[in-house]
Ligand binder design. Structure first.
Ligand code: PEP
Length: 251
C-alpha cells in the first residue's frame, strides 16, 4: 500500500516572516491528517525558521534544489545535501522543469544531484515531464522515458525505493491547464512500467508517483482516484494554507 504524499513547492515566494506564518496557519488545519504525508518546500532562506515551526508536527520539510556535490567544497552559491539534512529537510525536489528550462539542468546533472541527495540520506522528489511541443509531436512518452532512465541509471533498487517521481507536464505548470486524470494516469502507469523494467516489479509497485501541474482543490479528488497517482506536487495552490489544506483533504 503506497502512502500518498501531498507536497507544496513554494518556488521563489515568501520572505521568512510570511513563510513562518503560512506554516503556523497550516499546522492546525492538517493536524489530524494521517491518510497522507504532507510536505512543504520553502525557499532556502526560510528553511531554518520553518523547520523550527514544524517540530513535532506531521508536516515534513523539503528543499527545492541541491548541489550535485555532497558535503563541503568550493561551490560558491550552492547548498549541499548534507546542509539540507542539517537544517531539517527530509525531501528535496530535483530536476524541476523550471530548473531544466531556466538553468540548463541536464538529465546528467539531475542524476548527480539524486546521487548526492541519497548519499546524505534525503529522499529525492525527481521531476519529469514533457513540454507542449513535445506532447503535440507525439513525443511525451519518449521524453519521460529518457528522463526516468537517466534519473535511475546506475542506482540500486534499494536506492530507487527511496525516490519519489513527480510527473509534471510542463504545459500544465502554472498555466491552469491541468492534465486530465486519464492523461496523468496513462503516463503514471507508463512510468511505473519503465521503473519495473529497470529495477523490478517490487520496487516499482512501492514507488510513489506524484502528479504536478495546476493542481487545485477543485481537481485533486478526480486525480487521486486514479490507481497510479499517489499524490501531488503543488505549486501555486500550496502558497495559501487553506487551499493547500483542502488539497490535503482530497477525499
Ligand atoms: C510546480 O511548481 O511543481 C507546479 C506544479 O506548479 P503549479 O501547481 O502552480 O502548476
Amino acid at each position: 500500500m503506497r502512502k500518498p504524499v501531498i507536497a507544496g513547492n513554494w518556488k521563489m515566494y515568501k520572505l521568512i516572516a510570511e513563510a513562518v506564518q503560512t506554516v503556523a496557519e497550516l499546522k492546525p488545519l492538517v493536524a489530524a491528517v494521517t491518510h497522507c504525508e504532507i510536505v512543504v518546500a520553502p525557499p532556502f532562506t526560510a528553511l531554518w525558521a520553518v523547520a523550527q515551526r514544524l517540530e513535532g508536527s506531521n508536516i515534513q520539510l523539503a528543499a527545492q534544489d541541491v548541489c550535485e556535490m555532497n558535503g563541503f567544497g568550493a561551490r560558491t552559491g550552492e547548498i549541499s545535501a548534507l546542509m539540507l539534512r542539517d537544517v531539517g529537510c527530509r525531501y528535496v525536489i530535483i530536476g524541476h522543469s523550471e530548473r531544466r528550462q531556466f538553468y540548463g539542468e541536464t538529465d546528467e546533472l539531475v542524476r548527480r544531484k539524486i546521487g548526492a541527495a541519497l548519499e546524505a540520506g534525503l529522499n529525492p522528489i525527481v521531476c519529469v515531464g514533457e513540454t507542449l511541443q513535445e506532447r503535440e509531436a507525439g513525443m511525451a512518452e519518449v521524453i519521460v522515458k529518457r528522463q526516468v532512465e537517466a534519473a535511475l541509471s546506475g542506482l540500486h533498487p534499494e536506492e530507487v525505493a527511496r525516490l519519489l517521481i513527480a510527473y509534471e507536464p510542463v504545459w500544465a505548470i502554472g498555466t491552469g491547464h491541468t492534465a486530465s486524470p486519464e492523461q496523468a494516469q496513462t503516463m503514471h502507469a507508463y512510468i511505473r512500467q519503465r521503473v519495473a523494467a529497470l529495477v523490478g516489479e517490487k520496487v516499482a509497485d512501492g514507488l510513489r508517483i506524484l502528479y504536478g501541474g495546476s493542481v487545485r482543490p477543485e481537481n485533486i479528488r478526480a486525480l487521486m482516484t486514479e490507481p497510479d497517482i499517489d499524490g501531488a506536487l503543488v505549486g501555486g495552490a500550496s502558497l495559501d494554507p487553506r487551499s493547500f489544506s483542502e488539497i490535503v483533504h482530497y477525499f
